[in-house]
Each structure stands twice: as C-alpha cells, then as structure tokens.
Design a protein around this ligand. Structure first.
Ligand code: KIV
Ligand code: ZN
Length: 515
C-alpha cells in the first residue's frame, strides 16, 4: 500500500511573493477553488498580518474552501499568530504555519538573536498557535543552511510543544538533491520524537533544483511537499506542483507514496494562475507548457502513431489537456453553455451571474464562429473582471489607425460613476488608448508590462492582454480579453487601474523582526 504524500500548495502565499504576482481577494478565491477541485490537501492562503487585504483574502478562502485545509502563515510573534487565527476562524479545517530562522547568518544578522533565544521562541510560538488549532506547522527558516545538531534540537522541542508538521525549507535554494535528501533522512533518524510529526519540505529554485530537491527528500521520508502552480514564488520560484505530482505518479516504481491530486485539473489550474498573475508559462515547461506533449520531429510522430509510449511517458489528457475540446457556437443554448462550464470546473454563484456570462457568450458568438474551452475560460474571467461597481469603467472606445497617419483614440470612461471623454494620439492605437485613459484618470502609474496572447488560433481569436502597472512601490496586474485587441488592451488597463487605485499596505513575511 502506497503511503499518502501531502500536497501543500503555497501559490497564494509564497507564489504571491513573486514581484508583480499580487492577487486580489477574489482572484485568490478563484485560485483556491481550483486548488480544492484539484484535491490539494492544504492551501496556504496568505500571510494575514501583512495587510488588511491579505487578512481578508485568507478569511475569504477559509470561508469558501471546505475540502482542503486552509493555512495562514505567521512569524513566531504574538500579533502574527493571533491575526492568522482570526483570519482562519471560518475554516472547516485550519492550520497555522509559524516560522523562525535557524541558520547562523539569519539568527546573527537578521534576527540578532542567540540560538537559545530562537529555540525558546519557536517553542513559545507553537504553543501559542496550538491554543487556536490542533493543526500547527513549524518551519525553521533557512534550514538548508542551518547547523544540523541545532536543527535536531529545535525540531524535537517544537514537536514536543505540539507541532504536527515540521517543514524543512531550503529558503535560498542552495542545496543539491543528494545532500538535501540525506539531510531529511538524517533528521528523521536523529530527532527522537520524529514519529510524532510529518516531515515536510519547501524548496526554492535558485539553482533550478527545487523539484529535484523535493523529490530527493520524499525518497528519504518526507511526506509533505510545499509547492506552487507553475513553480511561481519568491525570486526563481518554488518547486512546481505539477512536476512534483506527476513525477511521483509516473515513477511509482521508485516512490513508495502517492498524492490524492486529481491530475486532470492541473492544466486548468496552470491557466488560471497564469491569467491572474500575468506570468506566462514557457512553451517547453514540463507538464503545462503548450509544447509539453507536442511532437515535432517526423520520427517521433511516426513512433507515437504506432505506439504512444514510444515517446510519451504521460498522457496529455491525464494532466488536463482536453483531447476533444467541445465547440459551442451562436446556436448553443444556455444549458449547453452551463454544462460545458461545469465540466471545466466553473460554477456560478447566482442565476444572475450565469445570465450575464451567457449574454457575453452570445455577444462573443456573434463575432466569433466557434467558441472553444479557452474562450469560455477567458469569458468567465472577464466576467469576474469588469464589475458594475468598478471605480473606473470603459464605456466606449474608437480608434483610428491608418498608414502614414498618427493613430488616435477617442474614448469614454466612467470614473466613480461620472462619464468623461478624452482623445489622445500615440505611437500606435494601444498607446493612444492608454494615453486617453490616463488623461482622464491621471493615475501616474508606470507601465511595467504589456503582453498580448491569442486565446485560440485563427484571426478571429480573442486576444488576451495583461497590463502591469506600478505606483509608489506597489505593482498590480490587469487583464482583458476581446476579439479586438485594442479593446482588450483598454479593458486590461482599466482593470489594472481599479486595483492600483485601491489603497493597500503590505509587509513581507521574511523582512521584519519576529518579535
Ligand atoms: O522559503 C521559506 O523559508 C519560507 C518559509 C516561510 C517557510 O517561505
Ligand atoms: Zn519560501
């Protein structure tokens, strides 16, 4: 019998620490619902002390998610732990994850605490968290560069204090698989009460080894892996969930454990995270890249036609690349629309939401012959994007672009429910449209990223646009989709403005003192 390998997803916490990947509360809930559908065991929803926005997001995820445990991060400090407990109150199953650094460099230079003080605080933090929930995880931050004897003492003490999970982070991605695997084996062997806790790993990808290190740790007894969709995360990212899960599933001859993940939900999860964060997935990315199952060379194609296993170790359908994407068109009814969306894992919260999405579907079907799954996904994302009560709304847009002439844009936007018109010219129609919007809104936001991709193939495909804006050290992403890419661009810009104009203060979990 294979043992259970716990999948702890931290896309909403460590993933969100990628510069530019910040998510709104509703976006976090959308991702969390997809993680739940995918049967992730634990969802780390955020760092509640970081800001009121983070607190609300963790609270919202804790309210909406029922089939996965919801976790909140807290430094080993009273206010952090209390705030995390408060945010997690609505959760059916809640975990508090508390941490303090144990490496010499972090203790001396960052915390300015002695090892004894760190040990004492770690125990105190676990006991405090246990007052709120039986499910407490402890992480010795930068364990990958910590002294092993000291780590053993800390782990023994926190397990005694009530930590049911001890997580070993390679915070700076410094370890190599052989050494990291051995470290986990050694800790499990040397910590006297190791059998009372699950050993977990949390690897960063600075040397491109996060997945390899995690898998080596699993081979040496780790039974929880912390990971993110598309490997999103601080700096070079975290171990990628899809790679860890599929490696363990595909190589059952090597691993004595398996996850409970519904792997067919992997590609939809990857798409949602990529759409929301504006971080594209590289085409050759394992599992979720568009080329991951594409065979270009004639020899490979011939082999696959004769016997798929000649060149494929996994089936594309098993990770959610839909084999036969159902096509809808303008004659499709409400029921077919609703059924297909349900098959794609998208439910509507109300009849009103369904009606409005259906009417957008009909508008799209008028412009576009065939509607594919990707169009439906973009359409419901759009649905969540443009809200009736948005501060800024695009009312109408007219652009003029002609060879030899300067492109111009005339538009009407509604700002706080008052309609205002503006015209501008620019280097191209998109530039002109953005300038016209800025004439009205005057956000002063700096454009960091503008990217357009086609949702499906063909010239009638919808263009999906991501706009990243920065103001006063804050970065936000906006999205828009339309068959007209200038309109999609304007929608994305307006969506970003609605996020930028909302005040939001945020602290980083690893920068400030824990006490
Ligand atoms: O990388 C790290 O050490 C972390 C901890 C908070 C677990 O993210
Ligand atoms: Zn981390």
């Amino acid at each position: 019998m294979s043992e259970h390998l716990i999948i702890f997803d931290t896309t909403l916490r460590d993933g969100e620490q990628s510069p530019g990947a910040s998510m709104t509360r509703d976006e976090k809930v959308r991702i969390a619902k997809q993680l739940e559908r995918m049967r992730v065991d634990i969802i780390e929803a955020g760092f509640p002390i970081a800001s009121p926005g983070d607190f609300e997001a963790v609270q919202a995820v804790a309210t909406e998610v029922v089939d996965s445990t919801v976790c909140g991060l807290a430094r080993a400090a009273e206010k952090d732990i209390d705030r995390a407990a408060e945010a997690l109150k609505p959760a059916k199953s809640a975990r508090i994850h508390t941490f303090i650094a144990t490496s010499p460099i972090h203790m001396q230079e960052k915390l300015r605490m002695s090892p004894e003080q760190v040990l004492e605080r770690a125990v105190w933090a676990v006991k405090r968290a246990r007052q709120y929930t039986d499910d407490v995880e402890f992480s010795p931050e930068d364990a990958g560069r910590s002294d092993v004897d000291f780590l053993c003492r800390v782990l023994e003490a926190v397990i005694d204090a009530g930590a049911g999970t001890v997580n070993i982070p390679d915070t700076v991605g410094y370890n190599l698989p052989s050494r990291f695997g051995r470290l986990i084996g050694e800790l499990i062997e040397r910590v006297p009460n190791a059998d009372k806790a699950v050993f977990s790993v949390h690897c960063h990808n600075d040397l491109g080894l996060a997945v390899a290190n995690s898998l080596a740790a699993v081979q040496h007894g780790a039974r929880q892996v912390e990971c993110t969709i598309n490997g999103l995360g601080e700096r070079a990212g975290n171990a990628s969930l899809e790679e860890v899960v599929m490696a363990v599933r595909t190589r059952q001859d090597v691993f004595s454990c398996d996850t409970r993940i519904d792997t067919t939900q992997i590609v939809p999860a990857s798409r949602i995270v990529s759409n929301i964060t504006g971080f594209p997935v590289q085409p050759n990315k394992a599992i979720v890249g568009v080329n991951a199952f594409a065979h270009e060379s004639g020899i490979h194609q011939d082999g696959v036609i004769k016997k798929r296993e000649t060149y494929e170790i996994m089936r594309a359908e098993d990770v959610g690349w839909s084999a036969n994407r159902m096509v809808l068109g303008k004659h499709s009814g409400r029921n077919a629309f609703k059924t297909r969306l349900a098959q794609l894992g998208i439910d509507f919260r109300s009849e009103e939401e369904l009606n409005s999405a259906f009417s957008r579907f009909k508008d799209l079907a008028d412009k576009k012959h065939e509607i594919f799954d990707e169009d439906l996904q973009a359409l419901v994302t759009e649905e969540g994007l443009a809200q009736e009560n948005d501060y800024v709304r695009l009312v109408s847009l007219k652009v003029c672009s002609q060879t030899g002439e300067t492109p111009t844009a005339d538009l009407t936007v509604s700002v706080d429910d008052a309609e205002r018109r503006a015209s501008a010219d620019g280097g191209g129609p998109v530039d002109a449209a953005f300038k016209a919007i800025e004439k009205v809104v005057e956000s002063g936001g700096e454009l960091l990223l503008y990217s357009v991709s086609n949702i499906t193939t063909g010239t009638d495909s919808q263009g999906e646009v991501t706009v990243r804006l920065q103001r006063g050290g804050r970065i936000v992403n906006g999205h828009g989709a339309d068959t007209d890419i200038v309109v999609a661009s304007a929608k994305a810009y307006v969506n970003a403005l609605n996020k930028l104009l909302v005040p939001h203060e945020r602290a980083h979990p690893q920068t400030s003192q824990p006490i």
